[in-house]
Design a binder for this molecule. Structure first.
Ligand code: NG1
Ligand code: ZN
Length: 549
């Protein structure tokens, strides 16, 4: 029929690369861009099928985030704006690796039958397409478009060049029946930021002098461009953007959140002239955010204020607002909100101790946003962050409803103004922060307004706790999947004996902690080590890397 011949003819234009096996990892498919047209085309088909299956709008983002400029990648945003349901990942793998159009068609027909997807040509499907600033983005966009439209009844909507979190936000908003132009995104972020600023008690606001300025490294990517637009909608806060894509530098080359966090050095364009000023860095698609402090002397080394510290700042603020709510509420209104935080094994041990000392429930999941997000969604307010700066805050719908009711009830009563303000602040946070996925832009605004509220400099914030020295290494191995882990990746279960050897090494170090796991995005095994001195962390990481090799 029409559908079958359409799929056969369009797929014959996109031959899969020879001798490469692709897999839908922690961040979708990623590879050298030259290998990807057929994969992206096929993910276009998958996105259209996902839209038919869910009866909702689906997102497709073309980016390779912090990876080098010649790489690219593709990932799907599900109806709620989150990652593709894990249950569809094997189908994504099978599609990408089908050797011929005939195989592809067979796979699709089987899957459609199994999932009960109605491919009747009458049902409507819509996929929002986004891409970052990579030069390969245009051609891959075209491949994705052809994939989507090879499913009869499916429409591909070009959302243009976007950050990854903008696209996820748009998918989530569209499926809630909201407007989703880029302007709507900027409007929601900037208005909730200004609203939060207005809720800062006058005596607290110390936003003056150097303190109203943040300098942001855009990783020579899409984030810098978007941040300039966002910054122009704010009054008190001055955002100076460096390394924006139009500045001509190479994407992610000596710049960006991944570089700054892993190397602990200042990105290109930053130096001792910036000493003492709040600096921040985005990654290539602006879903990661880290802050840093440049020292006065030009050693290149920086004080890193990473995702764990952003999480800690958010936790301190939210916990304070919850306590205001409880203090000011009569027994009849009291609602013990469940606040939970979620980290991975890469979280600095000092951050975990700090959060536990605050009395918070700290949970661990394997690496990968999909796991952290899922766990955080179990709480009234769930905060999750990876040390590398990817994270966000989730509010349950029932808690948002409760907060809304609270603001109305209290305003008709006499007392409770602090409680009401706390409820209003939390509601504004729920609108400012991107609840679909970690978003460097909304994260930056939330950090900025909380610092303003606390009257804290970046130095004061950085002093919440002191990071334990750590070291991360990657080891190239024949088969990274030979390493199998358990307990949120903290223990190796295979190959046998490896964990015992790691334990023996780790035991030699004061405050030693070390784990290894296969990367989900690169063909390497990662080693992470922590100890009481940098030298000890380095030696521990190096000796465990030898065990893996
Ligand atoms: P892998 O390659 O699986 O370690 C990396 C990051 C993740 C996550 C993904 C997606 C580290 C150690 N790992 O995953 O946290 O951000 O990329 O981009 O930073
Ligand atoms: Zn990213």
């Amino acid at each position: 029929d029409e559908q079958q011949s359409l799929l056969l003819s369009s797929s014959s234009r996109f031959s899969p690369p020879q001798g490469v096996k692709l897999s839908y990892g922690t961040a979708g498919f990623r590879a050298d861009a030259s290998l990807l047209p057929s994969t992206v085309y096929r993910v276009g088909i998958l996105a259209a099928l996902r839209s038919l299956k869910t009866g909702s709008i689906i997102g497709l983002m073309i980016t390779a985030s912090h990876n080098k400029v010649s790489d690219n990648g593709v990932k799907i945003a599900d109806p709620n704006g989150g990652m593709l349901s894990q249950h569809w990942e094997p189908f994504a793998d099978a599609l990408a690796n089908a050797p011929s159009p005939q195989h592809l068609l067979l796979l699709i027909n089987e899957f459609v039958a199994k999932e009960g997807i109605l491919m009747d040509g009458v049902s409507q499907a819509e996929v929002l397409l986004g891409r970052d600033t990579r030069p390969s983005g245009d051609a891959l966009f075209e491949a994705a478009r052809q994939g989507v439209t090879s499913v009869v009844g499916a429409v591909a909507t070009d959302m243009g060049i976007l950050t990854t979190p903008q696209l996820h936000w748009m998918v989530r908003a569209r499926n809630k029946g909201m407007q989703v132009s880029e302007q709507d995104y900027f409007e929601q972020l900037s208005s909730s930021f200004r609203y939060l600023e207005d809720l800062i008690p006058a005596e607290k606001s110390k936003f003056d002098g150097l303190n109203n300025k943040v300098i942001v490294d855009g990783s020579n990517g899409v984030g810098g461009v978007k941040l300039k637009v966002l910054g122009s909608l704010l009054n008190a806060l001055v955002i100076e953007v460096r390394n924006s894509s139009e500045d001509g530098g190479v994407l992610n080359d000596g710049v960006g959140a991944d570089y700054v966090q892993k190397e602990k050095v200042a990105p290109h364009g930053f130096g001792s002239k910036d000493a003492g000023i709040r600096c921040a860095s985005l990654d290539g698609d602006a879903d990661r955010l880290v802050y840093f402090i440049v020292p006065p002397e030009s050693s290149g080394r920086i004080d890193l204020v990473d995702g764990d510290k952003i999480l800690s700042l958010f936790a301190v603020f939210i916990r304070e607002q919850l306590s205001f709510l409880n203090e000011n509420e009569g027994i009849k209104n009291s609602h013990q909100a469940r606040l939970g935080v979620v980290q991975t094994a890469y979280a600095n041990g000092a951050s975990t101790n700090y959060l536990k000392q605050l009395g918070l429930e700290v949970n661990f999941t394997p690496t990968g946003v999909k796991y952290l997000h899922e766990k955080a969604a179990e709480f009234d307010i769930g905060i999750y962050f990876e040390a590398n700066g990817h994270g966000t805050v989730l509010f349950s719908e029932s808690f948002v409803g409760w907060l809304e009711a609270r603001t109305k009830e209290i305003s008709s009563g006499s007392n409770g103004s602090e409680g009401k303000k706390a409820a209003l602040r939390l509601l504004a946070v729920s609108k400012l922060i991107n609840q679909a996925v970690g978003d460097a832009l909304s994260g930056l605004l939330l950090v900025e307004v909380i610092l303003q509220y606390m009257g804290w400099s970046i130095h004061r914030w950085n002093e919440l706790y002191h990071d334990l020295p750590s070291r991360q290494l990657k080891v190239k191995v024949a088969d990274r999947n030979a390493v199998i882990t358990a307990n949120a990746e903290t223990v190796v279960v295979s190959p046998p004996g490896l964990q015992e050897a790691i334990n023996a090494e780790t035991g030699k170090y004061h405050q030693g902690r070390c784990f290894v796991r296969p990367s989900g995005t690169e063909d390497v095994v990662r080693v992470y080590a922590e100890a009481s001195t940098q030298e000890a962390a380095d030696t521990l990481a190096n000796s465990v890397a030898k065990l893996v090799d």
